[in-house]
Design a protein around this ligand. Structure first.
Ligand code: ATP
Ligand code: MG
Length: 717
């Protein structure tokens, strides 16, 4: 069943058991599907125990979907397969290894906000206090961590006094995290990497744990993830990675496309399988996207073909400004909807989150329901962060950042001075926070009001901690916090603000309940880990009948019947930041647009505004990429607003036949061995003088006839 409908290369990738395997293939060629079927095959043929299979996906959401699909193919065992992102798998390892690793089992996971408040406090009274923002420091530190540079090394290799100070801040930050019993996102990976690489029992336990490891989107892994995979994929395990070098879009975050190209070196004996048939997009869409990406150097050229009928041409459209652009797109969505294309199968993709607002307003005007993916607004709400902070204190009494956040929330008369006195005393005493609160009367300098508030908090905290430690369901602990912390009482349901916060809190309780029913026995710690690891892409609900609005980055791996890519403008795509933009950045931006275009199955639109006001940037006007999308340079004319009909990106009307001598921009000159018409295009088998002839579809890149040798008739289909 898991093999039904697969093409021969896919089937080979599914059943291959000869060792490590790399599937290097273009968008929509079924890489993710191959992974799913491969797991089902391993389970169905009982090749390895379910718990010895590890599948690594790019988002938690993708892991969930894979689990569901595998579950359909192999219902009994899917639950026992370990699936998740690198981060969630590392969090799991850290939990298991807490006692031997020497960190708390219920460590906190600090998000960007927590990191910044920690850095802000550490920056105080340093020579760089006024020169480096917490955000900038965080970026430096993250970059060091992702390149596996520790604080000592960072300081040694600093190239300026300022950099040396930031390196010292990095050292202070690491000790502060340790004191708080916390890891940041990067630490989840680096700490596990260091731990499982050791040549100890612990290290080797992990190198033998998984018999089969499968990794999706391998082109977007970083150096640390690559190292983790090398350790996990020790002797006796087979690693199967799938990816597409043309879709590497996280270089700015430390991902290295070289990881996928070096895979065969890291995993000796690797078999490489290429998939060339695209099942997702129409030839017109595929042609446009392939034409664009062919302008990148340093890529493994790929020939993709499809058997789908030609389909509608890709449309490009110029609008006067972002508001007109949004109105035009939503009008089109509404027209499509009246022609039977449900908004749930349509996406509007853009480069920056800030662009979503005009689309939301336009959707409201058109009466089209929509979902904005790409901001975790829910978990960023103040009231939600407050509950989470309380929960973290319960799970991890050492977490001072969270404790400091909620000590006077809702306001209970503990002023900044009392707060500082209390926290300093707590650190000096080494006592448990609830114990220390109950003894607040002994802290010199505290006001009477603060003392009684702290004492009351102490008994609440002690009770709630005991509940959590006893393994109560997460929802029960959440309720205890809501009641005991005074949060609920402090909200006034008769005000708009209060009732909206209460609604959010209700939603949070529901999510805790849901977690409990899906993960009985996991309790608070598991729930906290899950919500800490939520990323922006996890919010996408593919079942909802609503128009999806999201960034190009978020759309990775997804597919939609109709895709609009908005703001295809110079300055926006490619996104040009002042001062740092090189050829590599340009290529990554091109890949990003390629990822966006290849999400479309049936219809693709590119739109841009002639004018767009962005603070500090002059953007607007059609992107250089639009001209690269065209197949023959004459067919796309970036038109001034409304004056000219939508330019159409079509297929050049050339007739090919056997014997033609052609020129291909990547492979050079070749002779056509076979020419077959497929829909509006040609499938050509061409001898380029390489080991084997290549079969390509025209339209991805301009293939021109250099010499008509004539002679043989065309093979008609
Ligand atoms: P991306 O590079 O965008 O991640 P991918 O290579 O992972 O794409 P999939 O998402 O696995 O591709 O597949 C793309 C689409 O093609 C999906 O809708 C999938 O169900 C379909 N598909 C893949 N293989 C086949 C097949 N053999 N027969 C029919 N449909 C297929
Ligand atoms: Mg995929």
């Amino acid at each position: 069943m898991y093999r039904a409908g697969l093409n021969p290369e896919q089937a080979e990738a599914v059943v291959y058991l000869g060792g490590h395997l790399l599937v290097l293939a273009g968008a929509g060629s079924g890489k993710t599907r191959v992974l799913t079927c491969r797991i089902a095959h391993l389970l169905a043929e009982r090749i390895v125990e379910p718990r010895r299979i590890l599948a690594v996906t790019f988002t938690n959401k993708a892991a969930g979907e894979m689990k569901e699909r595998v579950g359909r193919l192999s219902p009994a065992d899917a639950e026992r397969v370990r699936m998740g992102t690198f981060h969630s798998i590392c969090a799991w390892i850290l939990r298991r290894e807490a006692s031997s690793g020497g960190w708390p089992e219920n460590f906190s996971i600090y998000d960007a906000d927590d990191q910044k408040s920690l850095l802000r406090s550490l920056l105080r009274n340093t020579p760089i206090e006024t020169k480096v923002t917490p955000g900038a420091a965080q970026t430096w530190i993250s970059r060091w961590k992702n390149s596996m540079v520790d604080p000592g090394k960072a300081e040694d290799s600093a190239e300026s006094d300022q950099e040396r100070e930031i390196a010292r801040l990095y050292a202070a930050y690491q000790s502060a995290l340790r004191r708080n019993g916390a890891f940041d996102f990067d630490d989840l990976l680096t700490v596990v990497h260091g731990y499982i690489r050791q040549e100890t029992d612990a290290g080797s336990r992990y190198s033998r744990m998984f018999g089969h490891i499968l990794v999706d989107e391998y082109q977007d892994t970083n150096l640390v993830q690559r190292g983790i995979l090398k350790s996990l994929g020790g002797p006796g395990s087979s690693v199967c990675a799938v990816g597409d070098d043309d879709q590497s879009i996280y270089g700015w975050r430390g991902a290295r496309v070289s990881n996928i190209l070096d895979f065969p070196e890291d995993f000796p004996g690797t078999r490489i399988i290429r998939l060339e048939r695209n099942y997702r997009s129409t030839p017109a869409i595929l042609a446009a996207a392939s034409s664009l990406v062919s302008f990148n150097r340093g890529r493994h050229g790929k020939a993709l073909w499809t058997e789908r009928p030609a389909g509608e041409p890709v449309r490009a459209r110029s609008l006067a400004n972002p508001e007109d652009e949004a109105a035009w797109i939503l009008k089109e969505v509404s027209d499509l909807s009246s022609r039977g294309v449900s908004p749930g199968r349509v996406a509007v993709l853009y480069r920056t989150n800030a662009q979503s607002r005009v689309f939301e307003s336009a959707a409201l005007l058109e009466g089209i329901p929509c979902q904005v993916i790409g901001s975790l607004r829910f978990y960023e709400r103040e009231e939600i962060k407050d509950i989470v902070a309380w929960l973290r204190v319960l799970a991890n009494p050492g977490d001072r950042i969270s404790l400091a956040r909620v000590l006077n929330k809702p306001p209970r008369g503990i002023g900044d001075k009392s707060k500082a006195l209390f926290l300093a005393g707590l650190d000096a005493s080494g006592a448990d926070p609830s114990e220390f609160m109950k003894r607040a009367g002994r802290i010199p300098g505290l006001s009477r009001g603060s003392i009684s508030s702290l004492e009351a908090l102490g008994s609440f905290l002690a009770g709630a901690s005991a509940l959590a430690a006893g393994g109560a369901p997460a929802a029960e602990v959440v309720d205890a916090v809501l009641a005991g912390s005074g949060m609920l009482d402090a909200l006034d349901p008769s005000t708009v603000e209060g009732s909206s916060r209460l609604e959010n809190i209700d939603e949070f309780r529901r999510s805790a309940n849901e977690y409990d029913s899906l993960h009985p026995g996991s309790g608070l710690a598991g729930f906290l880990t899950t919500i800490s690891l939520m990323t922006t892409s996890d919010a996408y609900d593919s079942g909802a009948d609503r128009l999806s609005l999201m960034t190009l980055h978020c759309a990775k791996g997804l597919e939609f019947d109709t895709v609009f890519i908005a703001g295809v403008e110079e300055g926006l795509i490619p996104f040009i930041r002042a001062g740092r933009f090189g050829p590599d950045d340009l290529e990554e931006e091109r890949r990003l647009l390629y990822v966006g275009m290849t999400r479309a199955k049936d219809r693709l639109y590119l739109t841009w505004a002639e004018r767009r006001a962005r603070p500090g940037v002059t953007a607007g006007g059609v992107s250089r990429f639009v001209s690269e999308v065209s197949l023959d340079s004459g067919s796309t004319v970036p038109a001034p607003a409304a004056a000219v009909p939508d330019p159409v990106i079509g297929v050049p009307d050339t007739r090919f036949s056997r014997g033609n001598v052609i020129h291909h921009p990547r492979y050079g000159m070749g002779t056509v061995l076979k020419a077959v018409r497929r829909g509006g295009e040609w499938q050509l088998t061409i001898d380029f003088g390489m080991d084997e002839p290549k079969t390509l579809l025209t339209g991805y890149v301009p293939i021109t006839i250099v010499r008509e040798k004539g002679g043989f008739p065309v093979d008609a289909v």
